[in-house]
Design a protein around this ligand. Structure first.
Ligand code: ADP
Length: 483
């Protein structure tokens, strides 16, 4: 669940790209299928039109030749040449058509001077074509099924999904059944045959189902996008990790430098007092020696020299002190407390993740700017957080919690770091800011004393307290910048 939330943007991008790809691929496929359908239907229409025009030509030729009824009767040989012509009938001038339909068609044909449809039975695929002429008129009995030149037909009639029918006068003849179903997309084609005598309507329908979309390509595209995004994410994470490692390294270097300074400050503090005492004692001794012994001169010179050495040592110590004095006021600048905390948290994110901790920063929406030296502030916050994490590592995961808050208190900006670790016993609490005081096996005991020195150097304070019901609380206060 949290993985989903963390990667929500990446998942959204992947979904959007997948859907977009699916739309583009599907519409390309649909356009291709439509193109195939339309080309096929244009060919089919042309083939059928050519055939029906041929029927007109056959009738006209018969009328023109007027073969004698008793002679060879070439019209009886026609079905052998044209399989779609089932039979040819003729009516001599004096005779009558057996069927009223043919009679009416002949009259119409005489008026129109062209062949005319009669005896339409599309259910069985039959129709007649009547041409009135002198002295005899002719009728062709046609079979629609064989009208179609199947060897040139652009589709496989039995398996093609396209349904093709011929329509006329509310009758329908199915040339090709096709497969029609619900859902998906429907292409349609309809056009009259190009022969006035047989104005059949060619109606074709093609149903494209969801299954015909290019699912394989869509899946491949979606996978490719996922792989690309995963690569990008990995690259981004790697870069982030490198940046974080570089930052930690830099902070470590600063910390080592400062620790060295703290060490020197401690030494200076320890050396200064005894040296001053040595100086006072030797001076007194020199005075005494001058009163009591004859070889006063030598002793006094020696004592003077000792005193001089002691003074020089004191000066060295003094100089050392001046060197390690940090956070000079000239380097103080406005720093947004919230940002400093967020930066430090960002650096420690992997460590917090390892401990199963979630950082919770409680802060006012408006930025709190304090007077601080950037590196010093960074180091104090980092130290306090590191100490808290080290403390939290000692308790079971369910018990771990880290609460960080930033607030304005009068003219001060305050940062509190509270953990639910083992906390500090009163005797530890009293000494945590002492240089070299540590309860940790590998501890130096300089971290907090350094932080306190740095805080004071910036005109602020650092205090430690018990955090109820369990844990430790450290509070850093720094003067807010005066606008
Ligand atoms: P070090 O970390 O090298 O021990 P520090 O000056 O940072 O030096 O800390 C001094 C001591 O203060 C630690 O050894 C530990 O006993 C105590 N301490 C510091 N922070 C915490 C904390 N968050 N919880 C409990 N004890 C702490």
């Amino acid at each position: 669940m949290s993985w989903l939330r963390q990667h929500a943007i990446w998942i959204a991008v992947w979904l959007a790209a997948s859907v977009l790809g699916a739309i583009v691929l599907s519409s390309t496929q649909l356009a291709r299928l439509r193109e195939v359908f339309e080309v096929d239907m244009r060919i089919a229409h042309r083939l059928l039109s050519q055939r029906v025009v041929q029927h007109d030509a056959v009738l006209n030729t018969l009328a023109l030749l007027q073969p004698p009824a008793q002679a060879v009767q070439p019209e009886l040989k026609l079905p052998a040449l044209y399989p779609q012509i089932l039979a040819v009938h003729r009516r001599e001038r004096e005779a009558n058509w057996p069927d009223a339909q043919e009679r009416a068609a002949e009259t119409l044909s005489r008026d129109l001077r062209r062949p005319v449809l009669a005896g339409l039975d599309l259910a069985r695929g039959r129709y007649e074509l009547v041409l009135a002429s002198e002295p005899a008129s002719f009728v062709l009995l046609m079979d629609l099924q064989t009208v179609v030149p199947w060897n040139e037909w652009p589709m496989a009639p039995r398996t093609s999904p396209v349904r093709v029918v011929l329509e006329h006068a509310s009758q329908t003849f199915v040339l090709q059944p096709g497969t029609l179903h619900d859902g998906g997309w429907r292409f349609a084609f309809s056009k009259h045959l190009a022969a006035e005598s047989q104005p059949f309507y060619v109606v074709a329908t093609r149903q494209v189902g969801w299954g015909e979309l290019p699912w394989l390509w869509i899946a491949a595209w979606s996978l490719a996008v996922a792989a690309l995004l995963a690569g990008l994410r990995a690259w981004q994470r790697q870069r982030e990790q490198r940046r974080r490692a570089e930052e930690l390294l830099r902070l470590g270097q600063v910390a080592r430098l400062n620790t060295l300074g703290e060490l020197a400050a401690g030494m200076a503090h320890e050396l200064n007092q005894p040296l001053t005492a040595v100086l006072a004692n030797t001076q007194a001794a020199a005075r005494l020696l001058r009163d009591d012994t004859p070889d006063m001169e030598t002793v006094r010179t020696a004592m003077d020299q000792a005193a001089q050495q002691a003074r020089r040592a004191s000066e060295v110590v003094g100089r050392l002190r001046r060197v390690v004095e940090r956070a000079n006021p000239a380097q103080l600048q406005p720093m947004v407390l919230q940002d400093a905390v967020r930066d430090a948290l960002y650096l420690l994110e992997p460590e917090m993740l390892r401990l199963g901790l979630k950082s919770r920063l409680e802060a006012p929406a408006t930025p709190l700017a304090v007077q601080a030296e950037p590196v010093a502030l960074e180091q104090i916050i980092h130290n306090l957080l590191m100490n808290a994490l080290q403390a939290l590592e000692q308790v079971p995961q369910a018990q771990r919690s880290l609460h960080i808050s930033v607030a304005a208190e009068g003219k001060q900006g305050a940062l509190s770091v509270a953990d639910t670790g083992p906390g500090m016993a009163p005797e530890v609490l009293a000494r945590v800011f002492e240089p070299f005081f540590t309860t940790r096996e590998k501890g130096l005991g300089l971290g907090l004393s350094l932080c306190e020195t740095l805080a004071m150097g910036m005109g602020g304070r650092l205090v430690a307290a018990h955090h109820a019901p369990q844990g430790a609380l450290f509070r850093l206060t720094l003067p807010l910048t005066v606008p």
